[in-house]
Design a protein around this ligand. Sequence first.
Ligand code: UDX
Length: 453
Amino acid sequence: MNIAIVGAGYVGLPTGLALAYLGNDIVFIDVDSEKIELLKKGKIPFYEPYLNEMLNLTKDNVKFTTDYKSGLKNISIVFICVGTPADENGKPNLTNIKAVAEMIGEYRTKKLEYVVNKSTVPIGFGKMLHNLINKDHTSKHIKGKNYITVVSNPEFLREGSALYDTFYPDRIVVGSDEINGIEAVSQLYSPIVNQNFTPPSFLQRPNGLSAVPIVTTDLCSAELIKYAANAFLAMKISFINEIANLCEKVGGDINEVAKGIGLDSRIGRKFLNAGIGWGGSCFGKDTSALIEMAKEYGLKLHMIEAARIVNYNQRTIIIEKLKTQIGNLANKSIGILGLSFKPNTDDLRDAPAIDIINKLLSEGAYVKVHDPVSLQKFLSMTNKSNIYGNTDVYKVIEGCDAVFVLTEWDIYKELDWQMVKRLMRGNVVIDGRNALNRELLIKSGFIYIGVGR
Ligand code: UDX
């Protein structure tokens, strides 16, 4: 198939490269010319494991362009994978995606039959997309047009394991109000559904996986599945964080509690890791979009609102814990290990570390930061004078009164704690992800503070 992917970002690149690996010819269209130039040179513009290797394997059947007209030539399916960030009212900003729809409508050729939306959009947007693309353009570029079928194919991949999740998803959701749309997109995914492709060496198939369930449904339900899934996961994390806060008062250990409830197959152990809460581009944005959408129908989403309150409180509670140990933060040196919202990504969107750093600075602390991949990105975003960053984690730790671990990168789990002890001025380690070896730290003479233990 000749497929265009509009938006060469965290969702578009893994999706397009996976489809290329499965034998399709892919054109990536993105308005960001810098990004397209990098990709043409074989470089991935952000950090995501194995995308470089995948680009290398598929380079003969992928192209990159900023130009819709040449990009859409010969294309029969377009995937829309552009961002829908929240606006100042918490609603998704649809400016980009509407512009994309206009461009597709303008430059589509007679060959184009399907537009598949992967971007997270308000429920009902698929219908609007359909009208935008099928509206009678005053186009000078093409003579005659086909009717376009709109399909929703929400994305569930996680940053940091984007390719793995694309090849081995828990399920694929394909929604359309027209059966031909469902059939065409299901057919495209059949190698993944049936797991009958040879995996690349760096993405071995999980043991026992022989087929992936595919949910075919209507446009509106597909759009809602995406929001409901993210809201549920966000609530699950906030639930365990709330129980973790209770554990601290009553004396339990949240890891034991998570294990004990997680073994109930109705609950499951995944997404029950207590800590400083979720960040990233999805959970915050999607929960607030869902709340705002429901308001328009006169509904209040109590549980989802509560999940947000619990989540963002975790970022304050962790600082209060520090203050109970070292008192006033003015002129204290605080180390921050981990800036990205989670390991294996350089993504800083809604990263808890950023909020925590700002709160520390506002209380007069001097902040020293480290992250194995997002340090430079973070430093270039901040112009504050009382922040020091270094790629050498021990230089960051040196002289600190307390150190926070805010992203569970492996490098922090493997620190030489004897050396850390010698380098620090104080002895407080705050493990915002419950990722460190608590016993070892206590034995090494630290005051260890986790979440819910
Ligand atoms: C999420 C969804 O998982 C994915 O399906 C959707 O398509 C996009 O949003 P992502 O944001 O990449 O993916 O990361 P995810 O692994 O889900 O983690 C989100 C946040 O929750 C991270 O900050 C992570 O540290 C936090 N988290 C996750 C917890 O605090 N505890 C957990 O148990 C799990």
